[in-house]
Design a protein around this ligand. Structure first.
Ligand code: HEM
Ligand code: HEM
Length: 465
């Protein structure tokens, strides 16, 4: 073997260095094949040997799960680099970020890559959840992988919130004051939880240490455990769901193709395009950094980070107990139970469950797009249960009453579409899911772009004034 690998004569310096690292690349042709198969089998320790040809279609996954993995890798790498400079104490945190940006080679770029990867990851994971839902990839045997995915989603969300405080600027300090203030409304344990997470009654040095530990140790550790578990479940389910029409079968062994190069090449292309995109964004758009945190001066309006803008918007329409506890807990429970409803039809792999499912989905999106803004404006300028029915406690007039009206609206919608389309359970549940998702997106957009001073409704171009 050694003899056959002996270094060829007359190599230049670069070839000799390359040969010292990858001896196979310069070996005689008949041995090159042996090295290639060695690398291939290394890759096959991580990737399946073969995959169904139909599941390779880009329009099945849109590369979203893979993109989430790449973004997580970028976050881990840049996060570790940031740790060399960042100091998690209020007196030094802000200054260490300024130092990173001004004096450390590529410091600003590394911070930008971390910031944009974290924020874009949230959007990508949300889109991945939607694609998994709309292709019915949560039906058996993939039920539990949906739950693992949800846990990872919560992990990514927590990473973003805890990271948000670390720069210790005005934006960070007040946004986290608002978010941790929300905890107070959790019945029973809210006050205690708030003190535990803040490390005291107010945001201060212990809060920063706690957030830093959660951000750089606890959540990364949880994600590192959950990720392999998530991928293992994909393998155990026999690979991805196979895209098909409702009348088509789920495919056969004949349709399998080797992963190398079919899957691997696609994954590399998606990863490279994504990395190039993140680098471009990071070159042109710097991570915001406001003035150093000043606990005595709160900005107006004080807004939560964009991913909580929907919940902050809910707070303007419902009693805090409902906006911060009842509605989010209800939504989370609904998300967790999605795979466990008793569905009659096997729709795994069928986009939007059927043609009728697609029409119902469009109708649900349209209804939410019309009624959500109308309800927001009506609640701001017209509806005032507190004045209309005096002597009612705020929990009833701002909580139970509006929540009951919304629930009645959703139930009526469910009942009407089910009847009008003679829909299956899958199609009806899907349309309610879309109704709520679109409504939540509109609440989020309103909170980000249409709320100004005193959280009053205004046009985006008036916000700056
Ligand atoms: C950090 C977060 C996440 C990462 C890194 C991740 C990664 C992946 C990857 C790489 C795949 C295979 C390729 C693909 O479908 O694009 C996948 C599949 C899957 N993911 Fe995720 N995922 C995450 C979050 C979620 C969430 C939030 C859910 C749902 C609540 C979820 C549910 C699933 C399911 C059910 C599959 C199997 C899909 C199928 O068989 O077609 N994942 N995930
Ligand atoms: C899911 C993974 C992660 C997400 C979503 C995430 C997200 C974030 C976000 C949004 C910020 C605030 C950046 C800014 O706007 O100023 C941040 C800051 C930071 N992160 Fe992460 N991060 C992740 C993983 C990590 C890891 C693994 C480490 C280190 C081990 C790390 C270390 C840091 C440090 C030191 C900062 C402060 C520097 C700064 O704010 O620019 N992060 N992270």
């Amino acid at each position: 073997m050694l003899e056959n690998n002996a270094m060829p004569d007359q190599l230049n310096l670069f070839q000799r260095i390359r040969y010292s690292i990858f001896p196979g690349t310069l070996a005689r042709p008949k041995y090159r094949e042996r090295y290639r198969s060695f690398f291939n089998s290394l890759i096959l320790h991580f990737r399946p040997r073969s995959v169904n040809e139909r599941s390779l279609r880009f329009t099945l996954t849109w590369g979203l799960g893979g993109m989430a993995v790449v973004l997580l890798c970028m976050l881990f790498t840049t996060g570790l680099m940031l740790k060399f400079v960042y100091q998690p104490v209020p007196d030094r945190a802000y200054e260490s970020i300024i130092h990173l940006q001004n004096n450390v080679l590529f410091g600003q770029l590394i911070r930008n890559v971390h910031h944009w990867s974290g924020n874009i990851l949230l959007i990508i994971v949300f889109l991945h959840l939607l694609r998994v839902f709309f292709t019915g990839a949560f039906h058996p045997p993939r039920q539990f992988n949906w739950i693992i995915g949800l846990a990872m989603f919560l992990g990514v969300l927590t990473s973003n919130i805890t990271g948000y405080l670390l720069p210790w600027d005005q934006l960070a300090f007040w946004a986290i004051t608002i978010c941790t203030g929300m905890l107070e409304y959790i019945p029973g344990i809210g006050g205690w939880l708030q003190v535990v997470i803040r490390g005291g009654n107010d945001i201060g040095p212990p809060t920063l240490s706690i957030f830093f530990a959660i951000h750089t140790a606890i959540i990364p550790a949880c994600l590192l455990i959950l990720m392999p578990f998530h991928f293992w479940r994909v393998r155990k389910a026999g690979g991805l769901v196979i895209p098909r029409r409702l009348d088509e079968d789920e495919g056969s062994e004949d349709e399998k193709v080797p992963s190398i190069p079919n899957l691997i090449l696609r994954e590399i292309v998606v990863a490279l395009v994504l990395i190039a995109g993140i680098m471009l964004i990071s070159l042109f758009f710097d991570t915001p950094l406001g003035a150093k945190a000043n606990p005595g001066l709160s900005p107006n309006p004080t807004k939560a980070p964009w991913y909580f803008a929907g919940i902050q918007e809910l707070l303007l329409h419902f009693h805090p107990l409902f906006a911060l506890f009842v509605i989010p807990v209800f939504m989370l429970m609904a998300l967790v139970s999605i795979p466990y409803f008793n569905y009659q039809t096997k729709t795994a792999g069928v986009w939007f469950t059927s043609g009728r499912g697609r029409r119902m989905a469009a109708l649900a999106a349209l209804i939410a797009a019309i009624f959500t803004p109308i309800s927001i404006v009506a609640d701001e300028f017209v509806i005032d249960f507190e004045a209309w029915i005096p002597h009612l406690s705020p929990v009833v007039s701002n909580g139970i009453l509006p929540a009951a009206i919304v629930m009645a609206g959703i139930t009526l919608f469910y009942w009407l579409v089910k009847k009008k389309y003679s829909a299956t359970k899958n199609e009806s549940i899907q349309s309610v899911f879309i109704l709520l998702t679109v409504a939540f997106i509109i609440l989020t957009i309103t909170g980000i772009w249409f709320r100004g001073k005193g959280m009053a409704l205004m046009w985006p171009w008036e916000l700056a004034g």
